[in-house]
Design a binder for this molecule. Structure first.
Ligand SMILES: Nc1ncnc2c1ncn2[C@@H]1O[C@H](COP(=O)(O)OP(=O)(O)O)[C@@H](O)[C@H]1O
Ligand SMILES: [Mg+2]
Length: 275
């Protein structure tokens, strides 16, 4: 088994008090390895985003511990947080939430280089790195320079997020339904870029989605989340081809065609009916 880059024991988040109490994440355990692509799958409201925020250090767990690179995580000070974020980054459902809207795109990307200890580099060198990162996601730096994030389209923003990741090269990338805002074609491209990024950097990707078919297609391992708990985890094949939890079975039944063999007779009759 390869080295664990991130793990959690009994990680729990409770919101509110008394009658208004919600146990959003309920004593989950997990262990993610270097270079692994892990999917966390569950329906809306199952606690995925809350768990992502705890892993990122944006919310503190009510209970439980998170371990980063084998050590218990301690991010109580601002300095410790900044250090932690060199190793762990995220792209969110809503790309607008990822940017400070008052910072121009140039400075957003410059900051990535500075964060990785490149602040001493000459400006030319930084521009070269930024141009390369933009090229990686099929954006033209010349068209972005001097613009603000809100001047971009949703698709461009999403690409810009990946350009940031390319520059930051974190050990762990959390992607919370990153493709929901864009069409299927760009979605495939974005996924492809993330996979390339992983291969280049050996990044661990934690992919959060409600789409079990997509999880099966891209993941090494899968965690199934229901009402704040992991009801099942294992390799993508184990979990999706031989599920043990009823909930997993239900999610799979909602996507009937992920591994059913094609019935060519039916396809042929549908095609001729349409002709
Ligand atoms: N800041 C919050 N305050 C109170 N309840 C919250 C908060 N954030 C999330 N929740 C609740 O926690 C549960 C899990 O939410 P979330 O983590 O967003 O699920 P998912 O990302 O799987 O859709 C939901 O019941 C949600 O209403
Ligand atoms: Mg969510």
């Amino acid at each position: 088994m390869s080295k664990s880059v991130l793990s959690g024991k009994g990680v729990t988040k409770v919101f509110g008090l008394g009658d208004k109490k919600t146990v959003a994440v309920d004593h989950v355990n997990f262990k993610f390895s270097k270079g692994e692509l892990v999917s966390i799958v569950g329906e809306s409201g199952s606690g995925k985003t809350t768990l992502v925020k705890m892993i990122l250090g944006l919310l503190s767990p009510t209970e439980g511990d998170i371990y980063f690179m084998g050590k218990k995580r301690d991010i109580r000070t601002r300095k410790q947080k900044r250090e932690y974020w060199k190793g762990i980054q995220a792209i969110f459902q809503d790309p607008f939430s990822s940017y400070n809207i008052f910072h121009k795109i140039d400075s957003v990307l410059m900051d990535c280089i500075n964060m990785r200890g490149g602040s001493h580099l000459p400006r030319d060198e930084k521009i070269k790195m930024i141009t390369e990162a933009c090229g990686f996601v099929n954006l033209k730096y010349a068209e972005l320079t001097n613009k603000y994030p809100f001047e971009l389209s949703g698709g461009q923003m999403q690409r810009l997020m990946i350009a940031r990741i390319f520059l930051l090269k974190p050990q762990i990338l959390l992607a919370d339904e990153p493709t929901s805002m864009i069409d299927a074609c760009s979605r495939a491209t974005i996924l492809d870029m993330l996979l390339q990024c992983r291969n280049e950097v050996g990044m661990t990707i934690i992919f959060v989605t409600h789409d079990i078919g997509l999880a099966y297609y891209i993941s090494d391992s899968v965690y199934i989340m229901e009402h704040g708990k992991f009801v099942e985890h294992g390799t993508a094949d184990q979990v999706i081809l031989s599920p043990t939890a009823d909930y997993t079975q239900r999610l799979i039944n909602d996507v009937p065609k992920i591994h059913a063999p094609w019935d060519f007779a039916k396809v042929a009759s549908t095609v001729s009916a349409q002709a």
